[in-house]
Design a protein around this ligand. Structure first.
Ligand SMILES: NC(=O)c1ccc[n+]([C@@H]2O[C@H](COP(=O)([O-])OP(=O)(O)OC[C@H]3O[C@@H](n4cnc5c(N)ncnc54)[C@H](O)[C@@H]3O)[C@@H](O)[C@H]2O)c1
Length: 315
């Protein structure tokens, strides 16, 4: 049966894919975004769609958010709105606390009070204590930047809120590193693509290449987000949304070169080297696989081929 969803952060990277897929399924979408980082072109294609409604709104506005929930009577909330890019959070920690904790609490309360049956909260692998091995959901938690701290505190508030509503399906989704089309923040893959688009033979200027990341194709994680609700019982679940495989940024560059059929040279750009960086971030996806019966694809070569084609770098 089709559902009506609110998606916050709908004009962002992940939000744009979630909205597109929900509409394709025949679900209704109430999209909310303050357009701080969101992109208008992510919203425009849906504006005439009968199942789509867009509110340019800030999740920190209590009355406005309560009103939208009361009027729209959505079945579920997919809460993605946040300041996500870690350097932005470090630059403006008050905003990270305001949007990622205060704003999220506003949305959480409004959603639960309005009677939503499904609630998905975007957390992050950055809540884990750094380790060289894959993190299970029970692994030690010890974020070392304001972004991870804000998400971890919000996880606790979601669990706290969920205690009062045992008849709801609530998922705290720990996302690893998403990649694909329509990225809004200057992560390494958009940076590589941007530099190659300017000059395909350029020597890339990048930050550290040693960090290993669990790179998750965006359209697969978007699908996992709504499919999970078809598989879980009532209750509050904390789950990694990842592939279970980690690759270094050097391996990613080598793979881009392989897909493009050329050697890619790189030099270090000191401005892009992060002062503190987690060397290894990888999630154990056993629990997600048990629930969904599948996990996002770790075949980076096919994911990069699709991405580079979409960006016009490959015919
Ligand atoms: N992209 C990743 O690799 C990744 C990894 C882990 C977790 N996450 C989490 O997933 C979610 C989506 O990430 P994304 O990559 O799509 O980020 P994004 O920056 O592209 O999207 C976030 C959206 O939220 C909106 N937003 C921010 N503050 C808002 C506010 N106060 N009111 C209304 N809208 C607001 C922004 O305008 C933006 O469109 C975020 O919560 C992020 O922390 C993403």
């Amino acid at each position: 049966m089709s559902k009506k969803w609110m998606v916050t952060g709908a004009a962002g990277f992940l939000g744009s894919h979630v909205v597109e897929q929900l509409l394709e399924r025949g679900d209704k979408v109430v999209a909310v975004d303050n357009m701080g980082w969101g992109i208008q072109e992510h919203i425009d294609p849906h504006l005439e769609h009968k199942n789509f409604k867009f509110y340019k709104e800030d999740i920190c506005k209590i009355e406005a958010m309560n009103k939208i929930f009361t009027e729209e009577k959505v079945d579920g909330l997919i809460h993605l709105a946040a300041i996500h890019f870690i350097p932005d959070c470090i630059k403006d920690p008050s905003k990270a606390v305001k949007f990622n904790i205060f704003g999220s609490q506003v949305v959480l309360k409004a959603a639960l009070d309005s009677g939503v049956k499904f609630l998905w909260f975007a957390s992050t692998g950055d809540v884990y204590k750094p380790s060289e091995t894959a993190h299970t959901e029970e692994a030690a938690l010890e974020p070392f930047n304001i972004y991870g701290k804000s998400k971890l505190l919000m996880e606790e508030l979601v669990r706290f809120g969920a205690q009062e509503y045992p008849d709801r399906k609530i998922v705290i989704g720990r996302l690893l590193n998403l990649y694909g089309s329509r990225e809004t923040n200057p992560h390494i893959l958009p940076e590589i693509i941007g530099q190659l688009k300017k000059d395909i033979n350029t020597t890339l200027r990048l930050g550290n290449l040693y960090p290993k990341r669990d790179l998750v194709p965006i359209h697969e994680v978007a699908r996992a987000i709504y499919e999970v609700f078809e598989k879980i019982d009532d209750g509050c679940f904390t789950l990694n949304f990842a592939t279970g495989v980690a690759q270094s940024m050097q391996e990613v560059i080598d793979m881009v070169g392989e897909v493009l059929g050329k050697k890619i040279n790189v030099e270090t750009d000191p401005a892009k080297v992060r002062a503190t960086e987690r060397p290894h971030l990888q999630a154990d996806v056993t629990k997600l696989k048990e629930i969904l019966g599948w996990t996002p694809n770790h075949d980076l070569k096919s994911g990069l081929t699709e991405l580079l084609k979409g960006e016009g770098l490959l015919t």
